[in-house]
Design a protein around this ligand. Structure first.
Ligand SMILES: Nc1nc2c(c(=O)[nH]1)N[C@H]1C(S)=C(S)[C@@H](COP(=O)(O)OP(=O)(O)OC[C@H]3O[C@@H](n4cnc5c(N)ncnc54)[C@H](O)[C@@H]3O)O[C@H]1N2
Ligand code: MOO
Length: 434
């Protein structure tokens, strides 16, 4: 039998990401209740519809006073102000008007006020209750406060619109909705938001050796680890995931599975079966299912055989079967692609710089993505490459919290060298969603 000659469309990691994102656009926009928008991406700019705060309000519990009335106040020579009303948060405009509207403007009165309550216009400052003495007249009703120092105008009063004027662009299209975005939207009374649909991604683990977790282990078989890893990763990214059972190494079966998955998904991810072995069928099945190659080799190790194919709007991404290589593919390629498809403005990976705490001796013609432990010490990231990080091993990546990149060629990298690294999604994830 002739040895399989893989078509060579070789790209760098950066080029692979560009190819993957190019020609795919975020899904349709849909309007969802805010509670269902966690981790979703805004498909429209959000402009403030009214001033924030919407009315002039007290920022402390205390007394609303006219600052003029406090000018002459001194220790031992208190200014006394009569408390003419009590205004708490949530009272009606009519109530405030009734309490203070008909009263001639004099300096010598004040109102008891609580945080969040509207400050009547006649008063220009709020004095915290800790800063006053209180007294009640013999009639048991007339209340006074004593103030022993001047209070400047505008203290503890939040003016209407001082936070945000109406018509201001506060959340731009492409922003992930998390807690603070929710607070903004809910502050403006929004019940729902227009967000991009979740990307739909199907996962097909490929290989005769694969058993479903839960089945009895038998000779020469292994459990399918990848499809659950991909499932978890994609869930964390906020995708809709369809996980299929392991597919045998048979061209016809795999072709049919890919065709079926492509009908349900924007992206089909296979794991395994993408290298040059006689029983690696993903590339041939992709062709039988009508997919065109986008790239068939990525300049990275692990995961060099990672390949992508396109048919219409559907992308087929073949990740390596080795669990570490598969996982690297998720972090390096799948994450930016899915984030792009989710409509995220900042969809690219955020690379950081750190100092290698150990040399990495193994030379490699491609950039090597080393599973590592990154720690921050005295303002500097330090990178400890994990030993024994063959792409078929799981120990190194189970421990890792980062992937560091060792440039191609040369003799690896020396201890003390500054390298780029990526914090793994479970460490760095700003938008962990389910
Ligand atoms: N002659 C060559 N052989 C190989 C090359 C090469 O360039 N020339 N590349 C090697 C590299 S690098 C990689 S990476 C692997 C990739 O192979 P595949 O992606 O085709 O993966 P498989 O051969 O199907 O499996 C590899 C390995 O991973 C195990 N595996 C597969 N699926 C799963 C799963 N769902 N869960 C857990 N483990 C899985 C599988 O049993 C194998 O041990 O090819 C090299 N070969
Ligand atoms: O590209 Mo592979 O993942 O090194 O074994």
């Amino acid at each position: 039998m002739a040895t399989l000659q893989k078509q060579q469309f070789v790209v760098s990691v950066e080029e692979a990401i560009r190819h993957l994102c190019e020609g795919m656009s975020p899904g349709r926009a849909e309007r969802l209740d805010l509670e269902d928008c966690v981790g979703r991406v805004l498909a429209e700019d959000f402009l403030t519809p009214f001033p924030m705060p919407p009315f002039r309000r007290a920022a402390m519990d205390g007394y609303a006073v006219r600052s003029n009335a406090t000018i002459g106040a001194k220790l031992g020579q208190e200014t006394r102000l009569r408390v003419i009303a009590e205004i708490k948060a949530g009272v009606s405009r009519e109530w405030v008007e009734e309490c203070t509207g008909g009263i001639a403007i004099e300096d010598a009165d004040c109102v008891r006020i609580f945080t969040g309550a509207p400050v009547p216009h006649r008063y220009d400052t709020v004095v915290m209750q800790e800063a006053v003495t209180t007294s009640i007249e013999d009639d048991g009703r007339t209340r006074w406060i004593g103030i022993d120092r001047p209070h400047p105008s505008g203290k503890h009063v939040a003016e209407a619109g001082e936070d945000l004027a109406p018509g201001k662009l506060i959340l731009v299209k492409g922003t992930v909705i998390g807690a603070k975005e929710m607070a903004v939207l809910a502050s403006y009374g929004q019940r729902d938001a227009v967000v991009y649909a979740k990307p739909r991604i199907a996962v097909l683990p490929v290989g005769d050796e694969l058993l479903e977790p839960g089945a009895a282990l038998s000779a020469n078989r292994i459990y399918d680890a990848n499809s659950l890893a991909v499932y978890a990763f994609l869930k964390q990214l906020g995708a809709h995931v369809i996980r299929r059972k392991p597919v045998p190494d048979q061209l016809a079966v795999l072709t049919r599975e890919i065709e079926q998955a492509a009908e349900q998904a924007d992206i089909v991810i296979t794991t395994g079966g993408i290298s040059v072995g006689d029983h690696d069928y993903v590339e041939r099945a992709a062709a039988s299912a009508g997919f065109e190659p986008v790239f068939t080799k990525v300049l990275m190790r692990p995961g060099t055989p990672t390949s992508a194919f396109k048919k219409g709007n559907c992308l087929l991404l073949g990740l390596s079967g080795n669990p570490s290589a598969c996982y690297s593919g998720l972090e390096l390629l799948v994450k930016p692609t899915v984030q792009w498809l989710k409509g995220m403005k900042s969809y690219r990976n955020q690379w950081l710089k750190g100092k290698l705490e150990d040399s990495v001796g193994k030379p490699c013609p491609y950039p090597r993505y080393i599973r590592s432990i990154a720690t921050m010490e005295l303002g500097m990231w330090r990178i400890n490459p994990l030993p024994n990080d063959k792409s078929g091993n799981i120990a190194a990546f189970a421990e890792a919290n980062a992937i560091a990149v060792i440039p191609a060629g040369g003799r690896g990298a020396a201890k003390g060298e500054i390298v780029s690294f990526l914090l793994l999604t479970h460490m760095a994830n700003g938008g962990l969603t389910l």
